[in-house]
Design a protein around this ligand. Structure first.
Ligand code: HEM
Length: 427
């Protein structure tokens, strides 16, 4: 195989590797990761497609085997057939090879939340979330998001420079999400929860993510108790009121899932869009031309630089076939959402215009990002980008475009930092 730079072919794969488990399976499972991969994953996808077709044998951290599903129709098929490819990770045939401190444990370790439920139980839990999200007034959300944006911008506007990932893109959707769940606007308590969520989802050096996650759980438990006593017009109260009768424990789990699912993808959607607009001359950065361009940039990012570039995953319910591969019961499949969006089988017919939202960035099928979450994410992201460009109209990158680097993650596509400069504004 022609190896993409920064990747290695693993000829002596661990026992049980789907890539080597009989049935004429191919050799040459590819380790996902490496610096080159993080900067230009599209090269890897091209190379994997050439070598393996739509379903490629890969090795995750610690050389744990899995399948990467790269084809648009194969990802649609996997996500559309949960009777064959299901979400409960306890099915995995690799658990005996997984150490307790495996880096991907937060994504695959079973939790009793909506994320890992299946069938009727999933419909019950996801139905409650959908109805609770449907109650969010999108105009109010836009107003709240603009207010949060203004507050964050005010904290750096006077200095003429900022690092937008930390100071803006990550903070904004987190604050918007906890407020939609009923936390009071701008209180110390809300700030503490936002800080703890940030640490548990994205720990920096010196942070204690386990302690932070414990505090998040305690605060959400308290929120549920408070809303039981004094309901309001928020997601938590609507979940409590729902006739499906979820227990407080189930609601706590699902609220944490909603907040976590909202934060990272929306933050990276904002920052990848800002990056596109700041580096590509097709997107004029002025107020008059700005509005239309923001919608186009947001949509283009979902096609070409989607935040949830790979999603783990699904587990095969029984032996089956996919893309000409023999899949064993309990095999893990990683949804290659970014690869599927750029599948040559759907290009050039698919095009990236504002009209076309047939990408798989919100996944597909039973477990897809639940309606109307993508619409709410769009309101938050659009408001974040528009407000920033309106308040700081001469915003430019503070480094050369090629100096921007992507974070070392094969799962979430987002920048390590986004330094900008602008004319200081007094607030
Ligand atoms: C307000 C913002 C958002 C909320 C409240 C939200 C909520 C959720 C929830 C609750 C799930 C779990 C669904 C289930 O297992 O049944 C989910 C899944 C998912 N979301 Fe979102 N989300 C948001 C924004 C986004 C964004 C911006 C993206 C990407 C551009 C995204 C992509 C996904 C993907 C790929 C999944 C996994 C679907 C699967 O397993 O097939 N979400 N989201």
């Amino acid at each position: 195989m022609t190896e993409p730079t920064g990747l290695s072919s693993e000829q002596s794969a661990p026992p049980g590797c789907p890539a080597h488990a009989g049935g004429g399976a191919p050799s040459g499972a590819v380790r996902l990761g490496g610096l080159e991969y993080q900067q230009t994953p599209s090269q890897l996808y091209r190379s994997l497609r050439r070598e393996h077709g739509a379903v490629a044998p890969v090795l995750l951290d610690g050389d744990v085997p899995a399948w990467l599903v790269l084809g648009y129709s194969e990802v649609s098929y996997v996500t559309g057939h949960d009777e064959l490819f299901a979400r409960d990770s306890r099915r995995w045939n690799q658990w005996e090879n997984i150490p307790a401190d495996w880096p991907l444990m937060p994504f695959v370790g079973y939790q009793p939340s909506v994320l890992f439920t299946e069938g009727a139980e999933h419909q019950r839990r996801a139905g409650v979330i959908t109805e609770a999200l449907e109650g969010v007034d999108q105009f109010e959300l836009a107003r709240d998001s603009a207010r949060i944006a203004d507050r964050l911008i005010a904290s750096f506007a006077g200095s003429g420079q900022a690092e937008l990932m930390d100071a803006y893109a990550h903070a904004l959707p987190m604050i918007a999400a906890v407020q939609m769940c009923g936390m009071p606007d701008a209180s110390t308590d809300t700030q503490q929860l936002v800080d703890d969520l940030r640490i548990s989802l994205d720990a920096h050096e010196g942070d204690d993510p386990v302690a932070a996650y414990t505090r998040v759980g305690e605060r959400i438990q308290r929120l549920v108790k408070e809303k039981r006593e004094k309901p309001g017009a928020d997601i938590t109260s609507r979940m409590l009121r729902h006739p499906a009768g979820l227990t407080d424990e189930e609601i706590v789990q699902d609220l944490i899932s909603v907040i976590a699912a909202a934060q990272q993808p929306t933050a990276n959607w904002i920052c990848n869009t800002l990056r596109l607009m700041l580096t590509d001359e097709r997107f004029a950065l002025n107020v008059s031309g700005g509005r239309l361009s923001v919608g186009e940039a947001l949509n283009e990012v979902l096609w070409l630089d989607t935040p949830t570039q790979n999603f783990i995953g699904r587990w095969a319910v029984r032996d089956t076939q996919l893309g000409g591969r023999q899949i064993r019961a309990g095999d893990c499949l990683v949804l290659g959402l970014a690869a599927a969006n750029t599948d040559p089988q759907i290009w050039p017919e698919s095009h990236v215009g504002p009209e076309n939202s047939a990408h798989l960035s919100f996944s597909h099928g039973e477990h897809r990002c639940p309606y109307p979450a993508p619409l709410l994410a769009d309101v938050i992201a659009r408001t974040a980008v528009e407000t920033l460009l309106e308040r700081l109209p001469d915003l430019v990158l503070a480094v050369e475009p090629h100096e921007l680097t992507w974070r070392p993650s094969i799962w979430m596509r987002g920048l390590a930092s986004l330094p900008v400069q602008f004319t200081p504004v007094a607030h």
